[in-house]
Design a protein around this ligand. Structure first.
Ligand code: SF4
Length: 343
């Protein structure tokens, strides 16, 4: 039985654990190790150790509330809310009372943040109004997940009570979506300029994406100081045009979570994965997104009645894997925004 790791992988692991910045080629070498190899498990082991040391065993839960359903004219190929998917025929905005009830439930059950998602053409003023109401009524931090924004809109998000924004340059941006990669990157610059924390995930990963495409987005996250940036796989809704590519497994996702953790080094305050699963909690992930309301992966109007994992389920899985969801969040403490965190 072989007892040693390949020398170059061993060297990269040592460098990563010393929190040195990995190069693109080093990241690609980590991506290319064989599934089930000694090297694959060594990558997960180091990523796990880095996260447990740096995040002090904290299990994070950022509670996703999808504020609306509509046949979205942006028509991103991987999204069940797109007009082309043909799943949703009418516009539905969840009433404020419902959003508030979800937010109160999340707060009572120990969520660390609320992640408020909208479709591509949701009214920005309405998102601000939801932010104003929730920031009055709820004490956990608010994160916006919406379209590209200007500096003025970024300031308005801060004024409405948001402390951060989730925003991803998606895999296949400009090919599987109508949005321009440069515009997405500009928006990340807007967050930085106005003082909103930037939250990210490399998504939605499918078997067709090359190691290079994935690594380039991991590097983008590291080099732009993402608060967190892990890995989310694409879920193929029934009838999805992406069905022909299949989906990656949770085990493959755990490998990618580990590689991204090694590359992120000492930049992030947490490391996410989606949808919630146990394998990545042994590979560097400590952050889950419990979900209610609309979801681009679901055919149900309210994903809590469909695919969405509840917060109790997420907390239980974290506890089973010895992450503590009751510790304070690392993401909003000592942040560099101009505004005070709420927690
Ligand atoms: S991913 Fe967002 S912008 Fe694209 S179709 Fe779905 S809701 Fe619209």
């Amino acid at each position: 039985m072989e007892s040693r790791l390949e020398a170059n992988i061993e060297q990269i692991l040592k460098k990563a654990e010393d929190m040195a910045r990995l190069s693109r080629d080093e990241a690609l070498a980590l991506m290319r190790v064989k599934k089930h190899s000694r090297e694959a498990y060594a990558i997960m082991q180091v990523a796990n150790r880095m996260s447990r040391n740096r995040f002090a065993e904290k299990g994070e839960n950022h509670f996703h509330i999808g504020l609306n359903v509509e046949p979205c004219p942006m028509d991103c190929l991987f999204c069940s809310l797109s007009r082309k998917a043909g799943i949703f025929r009418e516009k539905i905005e969840f009433p404020m009372e419902q959003v508030l009830a979800w937010a109160r439930q999340a707060e009572a059950l120990g969520a660390d943040a609320l992640n408020l998602m909208t479709t591509g053409t949701y009214r920005f003023e309405q998102l601000l109004e939801v932010g104003r109401v929730l920031s009055r009524e709820i004490s956990i931090p608010l994160v916006a997940n919406t379209r590209d924004i200007s500096h003025r809109e970024g300031e308005a998000l801060l004024d409405a009570g948001f402390v951060g924004a989730y925003h991803a340059v998606r895999l296949g941006e400009g090919r599987d979506t109508p949005l321009r990669r440069e515009k997405r990157i500009n928006t990340i610059g807007v967050f930085k300029d106005v003082g909103l924390l930037w939250m990210n995930c490399v998504e939605p990963v499918g078997p067709e994406h090359s190691a290079e495409e994935i690594v380039d987005l991991i590097l983008l996250a590291r080099d732009n100081g993402a608060t967190y940036s892990g890995i989310m796989r694409r879920i193929n809704f029934p009838g999805s045009p992406m069905e022909r590519f299949g989906m990656i497994s949770e085990l493959e996702m755990a490998h990618l979570v580990a590689v991204s953790r090694l590359v992120m080094g000492n930049v992030p305050k947490a490391h996410c994965t989606h949808e919630p699963h146990a394998a990545s909690l042994m590979a560097g992930a400590n952050l889950f997104f419990p979900e209610v309301g609309s979801s681009p992966r679901d055919g149900q109007v309210d994903t809590a009645k469909g695919r969405g994992a509840g917060i109790e389920f997420c907390r239980k899985m974290q506890k089973e894997m010895e992450w503590d969801p009751d510790l304070p969040s690392n993401c909003f403490n000592g942040n560099e925004t101009g505004r005070k965190p709420k927690k």
